[in-house]
Design a protein around this ligand. Sequence first.
Ligand code: C2E
Ligand code: CA
Ligand code: CA
Length: 877
Amino acid sequence: MLFDGAAQSVLVTFFVALVFLGVHSPHIALDTSGLWLSVLVVVLLLRGWEAWAYKKERFNKRSAGEWLRQHRIGVLLTGLVWGWAGVQFFPVDQVQYQIFTVLVLAGLAAGALTVHAPDYHSYVSYATPTLIPVGIASLLQGTNLHLGMGVLVIALLLFLLRAGKRMHESFLTSLHLRYENMNLLEDLEREKSRLGNRLSRILDGSASEVYVFDGRDLRCKMINTGALESLGYEEGAVLDMTALDLLNMKDRSDFELIAAALKSTPEHSMALQVRHRREDGSTYPVEARLQYSEREEPTAMDVTVREQAEQMARERQALVQSVVTSAPISLWSLDTQGNLTFFVDTGFWQSDTFPRACVGDNLFSVYAGIPQVVSHAHQALAGERFVTDIEVDGDTYEIHYSPLLDMDNQVYGAIGVALDNTERKQYERKLIRQANFDDLTGLPNKNYMMPRLMEAFVRAHRERSRVALLFADLDNFKTVNDTLGHKAGDELLQLAGSRMQEILRDTDALYRISGDEFVIMLEGLNQPRDAEVVARKLLDKFQRPFVLRAGEVFASCSVGICFYPDDGESPEKLLQSADAAMYGAKAKGRNTYHLFTRAMREDAERRLAIESRLRRAMERDELSLVYQPKVSTRDGFIAGAEVLLRWHNPDLGWVPPDQFISVAEDAGLISSIGQWVIRQATSEANRWRDVCQVPINVAINISSRQFRGENLLLSVEEALQETGLPPELLELEITESLLVQDAPETLDTLRALKDQGVRLALDDFGTGYSSLSYLKRFPMDVLKIDRSFVRDIGIDPSDEALVEAIVAMAHALDLELVAEGVETDEQMQFLQLRNIDLIQGYYYSPPVFIEHFREMISQSPPALLPQTSADTAISVL
Ligand code: C2E
Ligand code: CA
Ligand code: CA
């Protein structure tokens, strides 16, 4: 405080000094007044610097006592300078100047009273040196006037010192008061916040819901944790909501009426029974107490809410009751003694087996005669949770029992539920039947058979005996079905099934595994011949005609026989063997049985060996192509080539296509292999156009399975596009077996191929059905007479006649004719005479590798002589 007004008092002092000097200037020499002013300015600068240093450094470097001492020194120096002025500027005989000086100094001393009020000693150090010199100077003048003036100056000084003391004291008192007030205020603030904290702690800890709404717009201003938890909201979300939303009051006007009533009777509260709505939409009953407070600014509406626990419990109970009674379940609960504490029955306990019981009865005594019920209840009260089935009066119930546990996991009872499962069980049984039995004959099916086979194998293994499998296939079932209709077919199957059953012993089993295929399993056979006896009996049974509604039919069957463990050690394997044996019987001419033979097994094993290696043949680059020329009988030019697949495997050596093509078909490999052949052959054929001027076509074999596969059309299209081979230079060879199946898709695909411009050849003509109608129906370009006819030329006149007939017919239909397997001069001449267009066979050339073929076409036409120097490696193929 002392330093606070320093700048101001320095400036005032300086200003007073200038005026003072100005007044005295007429009689004072310039150098005197200059000296005085300089001293004053130095002192004032010192004081100014002192105040600045104090502000800057505060108490850092010096203690308060030191600062005070320094201040007093500065003030004393100022006082001394003024005291000097009182002597210097007191000119003898110029009374008016003397009076001016006294007035200025008295004024300065009086003015300093307030400035130095904080420190009395500072004031004394200032006022005393200021006034004493001028007083003494005045007294020394000796006149009455001067004496009076001097006395008054001294008296004034005394008076001022006294006043200064008073001022200082009252200043201190007021300072004290100020600090005391400040402490008081701080205490008040602290107390307020403590109360606030305590209040919100209490509110948050309370389970009730507490809300404070703004009295004007009813927006939520405060909400306690209890309310947030009950409603399931976040605090932030709630602060935007109004009392209407939060208290779930649908009608605004109703609520405003209530609010108005509350406002008119402030400090009175009102209770409302409402339902609160949680964030998830569910509601619960509450009692809300509303109170309006006007004393707050702005006004507020306080709401406390209590859950209606009793009502809630009632509602919950009603809910449980209605759930239980509306579901087809019986529900009951027990206390630890076995007394029924809750009981809703929709059927389980009403069955005739059970005595009647109701709430309060003891289950153990009422049902003492039914051990199952008693033991279940004991189990559940022992703390076990379980599900079990009970059959009561022919109905099946599923019983769920669980213990009732309190907070400490102690059992205080048990709860039981019974579900009527009768329908489901029946349905399950039906499903099991459907999955395992054939509806038509009532016989078990393949699904059921496989595990039974496995069981029989285990028994046979233990007893070192055999299991025989008889695979029976009706020979003419398809004909019956096609000619007499499905109903007749079904009848035949039923009758066939029951005739088979007639010859079986108790230990034998009969299964229907698909359409017209039946399997008989014979166990405990001593010798294989026993199975043949059964097979003969079976064939015998089929000698008599079957009497169907549509008429009598004869139906024989073919039976394949095989044995465990000789012909297969797994059910699948053995079934395959039986199937193969059955085909053996069919091949023998039907209506007979056939045993699975070593040759069959070897064949099956070889096919397996082929399959596993064929899968990797492509990626291992084991496949290659050979080309067999087709030569024109007119001019001896090579007109085309048939491309034939070759496979050399490191383990199996050269495998003939007759062996691996059918394996590839069964293993699903034919499409990718066929695709590869098409791509290779077309790109090769395209190259021939550069080697030879005459167009040379390429013929590719397409097996039936490959033809019916999805991507044949696409493969052909892509190959033609990629290689640029003109489509008329591509010929696809298909066999009659494909056309016999007579599927509409076959015709579509053939037409699509024709539309692309590709030529179609019918391969091996004469070996199969050789039906003329196929030739007319399907858009063929080429007919290939099978090797077997050519072979018999000069040997079998009837075959020769057949060839002549085929030639006539083909020419009538405008088909190109190719003879396959031409080996001799005689055959050659015969065919040439009959106007066969092209010949293919060893007579001209065996299939050859590509380099060789290119050489041939570059030299064509050679003389049509028997080929003696055929590449030996190739003729082996
Ligand atoms: P295919 O279509 O009847 O083929 C003609 C077969 O007769 C070829 O046997 C050929 O080497 C043989 N052959 C040719 N000239 C004579 C001869 O003067 N005398 C005798 N005895 N035989 C002759 P290969 O190459 O063993 O093919 C057998 C069968 O394999 C073919 O019968 C064909 O159906 C099939 N095949 C061959 N390559 C493929 C192919 O790339 N794809 C398909 N799907 N089947 C193919
Ligand atoms: Ca062929
Ligand atoms: Ca052929």
